[in-house]
Ligand binder design. Structure first.
Ligand code: 8BR
Ligand code: GLC
Length: 496
């Protein structure tokens, strides 16, 4: 299909989806909301930070590849790696020293809603979804201020033994403190020199320093858990994220298994009367391999219906599932990457018993769909196109405050390179006898009955930022799919 035909598909999908968003009864979104302190780095600032610590110290730590930020050298090492490869990363820090060092030596440009669940909740509320129920286990006063002021966005609480849904600003816990993450954004073309070694940043991207204070628990109070049946009455699906915050061990002796079990119980309860309820888990960069694997094999597998990932996250997931070679191929810079992404999606769908694997890359998005998913290939394609319009809007104007804003994204042209990637994958699949060229365009079905849906995306030449785009893509594709599911499942008695 030529680029201009894709542009036409974009317009049609946009019309269809925007018109039917009102049909969604509601979405439950949990767990991770935080405040993002965002700083866009320029060459002078990078030089200054490197100068403070000295290049050789940083280079030494680059080879160690720190998976936790304990001091400024760890931070600068991960920043250099991220800038050199143009690859996004998120690295945890367990103390406040880095926050202070960054405040003293850099400062930030702006603070805004962060965390996958926080970003997705605000987006859905801004798009006018009727009933957005957001849940943050650590809802502090400061955090509550970052939720959009909109009557369709509400947080659950138990008052006088009854479940109430109110704006986060009405139900926060004044004893809690905010979680603040640092987002260090850098631009393509920035020149960086360290210990005589120079490179040019290949792509706009960012390093996230994720604060992980002791009180951060991916959890839900019992009284709320007991009342989940009342929440599920008004929703058609759930978007879940933030499991990366689970730790292997806690000071009170509990281990990750305890939190994994609680996370699974929440999903089971949400699906109790409607096993077909769509449950999407949004993946992220997870440094700890034990936790990464547990999330995939103990939470996602059998419980979630769909999983959303970016390219690096696909490689990371494949790695812990034992597909090292494929993980390596996903990260290659040539046409091998899109082929490996497809093969990776096949493994993820099968091994994790999912209905949909959603992969977003710069230039194309892939949905691999199981036979039993209730939406057809056209529906999945529309969902990806709608997601791409949201991503392009976010990249070009830096926010999506209303459905009207998304017209900006529709204007962004389809990216040539992404369109070429489709050609590479088509050639591979035809050569392997998986499907014909015609079938590739209408949804290529492999021997296991999985349908491949791939679209070229709209890419903004000079993005205002990249943080949160992945969340917009996954939330956008998810709600677009919900508009296509007419069978809302059995009616659930309120207290089961
Ligand atoms: P994550 O936040 O999950 O890493 O996802 C980022 C996504 O943002 C990428 O997969 C890519 O599709 C999208 N993106 C980026 Br990065 N830059 C973009 C741009 N300039 N225009 C549109 N989308 C972009
Ligand atoms: C992760 C980060 C958060 C950021 C978000 C963007 O959840 O922890 O800081 O806002 O990703 O997707």
């Amino acid at each position: 299909m030529e680029i201009q035909d894709w542009e036409k598909h974009y317009e049609d999908a946009y019309m269809i989806i925007t018109r039917s968003l009102k049909d969604i009864r509601g979405v439950f979104v949990a767990y991770n909301s935080n405040i993002d302190a965002i700083k866009r780095l320029n060459e002078d600032e990078i030089r200054k930070l490197i100068g403070i610590l000295g290049c050789s110290t940083i280079q030494e730590q680059v080879t160690q590849y720190p998976r936790e930020i304990k001091d400024p050298v760890d931070l600068m090492a991960r920043l250099v790696i991220s800038m050199r490869d143009g690859k996004a990363a998120e690295v945890p820090t367990y103390n406040t020293d880095i926050h202070e060092w960054l405040m003293d030596n850099l400062g930030f440009d702006r603070a805004r809603m962060g965390g996958q669940a926080g970003i997705m909740s605000n987006l859905l509320a801004n798009l006018g979804i009727q009933n957005v129920i957001t849940y943050v286990p650590w809802l502090s006063k400061e955090q509550a201020e970052y939720f959009v002021d909109s009557p369709n966005l509400r947080h659950p609480a138990v008052e006088g033994g009854n479940l109430v849904l109110k704006h986060p600003k009405e139900v926060y816990d004044h004893q809690l403190k905010p979680k603040v993450n640092w987002i260090l954004e850098y631009s393509k073309g920035t020149n960086v020199c360290c210990a005589g070694e120079c490179f040019t940043v290949p792509r706009d991207n960012r390093l996230i320093i994720s604060s992980r204070p002791d009180w951060l628990h991916i959890d839900m109070s019992n009284e709320l858990y007991e009342r989940l049946p009342q929440i599920r009455q008004g929703i058609d699906g759930a978007l879940l994220a933030g499991y990366q915050m689970i730790k292997e061990e806690y000071d009170d002796g509990t281990t990750y298994s305890y939190y994994v079990e609680k996370a699974v119980n929440v999903i089971t309860r949400l699906k109790q009367c409607n096993p077909r309820m769509q449950i999407h888990v949004e993946f992220t960069s997870i440094q700890n391999r034990v936790i990464r694997k547990a999330i995939l094999t103990d939470i996602v597998k059998k419980h979630a219906t769909s999983l959303g990932l970016d390219t690096v996250e696909v490689a990371n997931a494949l790695n812990v599932l034992g597909y090292e070679e494929l993980a390596f191929a996903v990260m290659s810079k040539d046409e091998k990457s899109v082929v490996a992404l497809y093969e990776g999606a096949v493994r993820l769908l099968k091994d994790l018993q999912l209905q949909v694997v959603n992969i977003h890359s710069l230039g194309h998005y892939i949905s691999l769909v199981s036979r039993d998913h209730p939406v057809d290939v056209e529906g999945h394609r529309d969902a990806l196109l709608f997601a791409s319009i949201l991503a392009a809007t976010q990249a070009s104007i830096g926010h999506i405050n209303s459905i009207d804003d998304t017209k900006e994204g529709l204007e962004v042209p389809v990216y040539d390179k992404g369109h070429e990637d489709l050609g590479s994958l088509a050639t591979y699949l035809v050569r392997k006898g998986v499907c014909s060229m015609d079938e590739f365009e209408s949804g290529c079905i492999n021997a296991m009955g999985h349908s491949l849906v791939i679209v070229p995306t709209k890419v903004v030449d000079k993005p205002t930022g990249t943080v949160g785009i992945g969340d917009a893509i996954s939330a956008g594709a998810f709600i677009a799919l919900l508009t296509k599911i007419k069978d809302k499942g059995e009616k659930c008695p309120e207290h089961t």
